[in-house]
Design a protein around this ligand. Structure first.
Ligand SMILES: NC(=O)C1=CN([C@@H]2O[C@H](COP(=O)(O)OP(=O)(O)OC[C@H]3O[C@@H](n4cnc5c(N)ncnc54)[C@H](O)[C@@H]3O)[C@@H](O)[C@H]2O)C=CC1
Ligand SMILES: CC(=O)C(=O)O
Length: 348
């Protein structure tokens, strides 16, 4: 108590205390309270790791009008405070819900969706898998707490290498596999659709096709099912080698952006908001996201990789059994082997 009194003796504290009293008076003059307690948030979303990617996810989620509270958590408490304030300053301009933040995970309690984007990022020329040891250590310190604070949440992993970290998050969380997914190839697929559209003179939305497997160098473009303007790509003819080049451009795309600006952020932010919408609104849309692939397409180990998944309120509701050509199936298997070779060295 005496410390409180001493603190109130400072002129700054006295000014703040009298401003707060004035606000309380003005509030009671303006509003007649009805509800006993503020309504509990129905769809709280948390983003853990408020760096370039986390903030792109946060802004994309807010601008889609998803969730009724957004929480940001980052080790760097000063930075997260500044990010929260910067967003709050836009509340009147974009009808934003409550945005809160802190330097620890307590602020994420009661979330329906927790996006994990904390950790190190790739350096120029570095593969995603090379990040593994650094980011597994970060996840060891985060995942169990995140789930303890939000036992009903779905975890959406974004940090790289996203597939192996999704496996790590599943193991560390104790959640059923349906409630732990990785953003995986939702981004690679968006890149493919953009490049295909640019080649054909169409908007990306009018081009369909999956990139599956590892989010990274061993990913697989499923040309056998690709379509443009509702037409199977296979029926349009053209040189298959030129389509294959598009997939190489997808794989090179992230490196190209990292060379230019040091990291990628906007497209992954939009991709995560797209996934968040399916999860929070129980839409049952199909997305290629990283999920437990054991028992499918010849994968026998506990490997997480991207397959087309039906996403709803409880996470991954169903897996789509797509027909792959023998070559695509072999490539998917090889992608799983690449991930397993790295993953089997992990110890928990
Ligand atoms: N899956 C995907 O498609 C993509 C994944 N990424 C990955 O996302 C991750 C984040 O990338 P950036 O935002 O560019 O990095 P960044 O360095 O800008 O931000 C990372 C943030 O994580 C925070 N952090 C580190 N340890 C933490 C902990 N224990 N608790 C809370 N916060 C912690 C840091 O303070 C920092 O603010 C990287 O692993 C990157 O490779 C990036 C782009 C696309
Ligand atoms: C960095 C990364 O994983 C991406 O932009 O695809």
């Amino acid at each position: 108590m005496s410390r409180l009194l001493a603190a109130l003796r400072s002129p700054g504290a006295r000014r703040r205390a009298s401003a707060a009293a004035l606000c309380t008076d003005a509030r009671s003059e303006l509003l007649q309270p009805c509800a006993q307690a503020p309504a509990a948030p129905r769809a709280k979303v948390s983003v853990v790791g408020a760096g370039a990617v986390g903030m792109a996810c946060a802004v994309s989620i807010l601008l889609r009008g998803l969730g009724d509270e957004l929480a940001l958590a980052d080790l760097d408490a000063a930075r997260v405070r500044a990010e929260v304030l910067d967003l709050q300053h836009g509340a009147a301009l974009a009808r934003l819900p409550a945005v809160v933040g802190a330097g620890d995970l307590s602020v994420t309690a009661g979330s329906r969706l927790v996006v994990l984007s904390a950790g190190a990022r790739q350096r120029e020329g570095e593969s995603r898998l090379a990040l593994l040891q650094r980011n597994v250590a970060v996840f060891r310190g985060l995942v169990a707490d995140a789930v303890r604070l939000s036992p009903a949440c779905t975890l959406l992993v974004v940090s790289n290498p996203v597939d192996v970290l999704t496996y790590a998050a599943w193991r560390l969380s104790g959640l059923p596999p349906a409630r732990v997914l990785g953003s995986g190839c939702n981004l690679d697929t968006a890149r493919l659709r953009f490049l295909l559209g640019r080649r054909l003179g169409l908007h990306a939305e009018s081009c369909q096709g999956w990139v599956l497997g590892e989010h990274g160098d061993s990913s697989v473009a499923v040309w056998s099912g690709a379509q443009a303007a509702g037409q199977p790509l296979a029926a349009l003819g053209g040189d298959p080698a030129r389509w294959a080049q598009l997939h190489r451009d997808v794989v090179a795309g992230a490196h190209e952006v990292i060379r230019g600006k040091g990291y990628t952020s906007w497209a992954i932010g939009l991709s995560v908001a797209d996934l968040a919408e399916s999860l929070l609104r129980d839409l049952r849309r199909v997305h290629p996201v990283s999920t437990l692939a054991r028992g499918l397409y010849g994968v026998e180990a506990d490997v997480f990789l991207s397959l087309p998944c039906v996403l709803g309120g409880g996470g991954v509701a169903d897996l789509v059994k797509i027909r792959l050509s023998p070559d695509e199936r072999a490539r998917l298997r090889k992608s799983a082997d690449t991930l397993w070779a790295v993953q089997k060295e992990l110890r928990f």
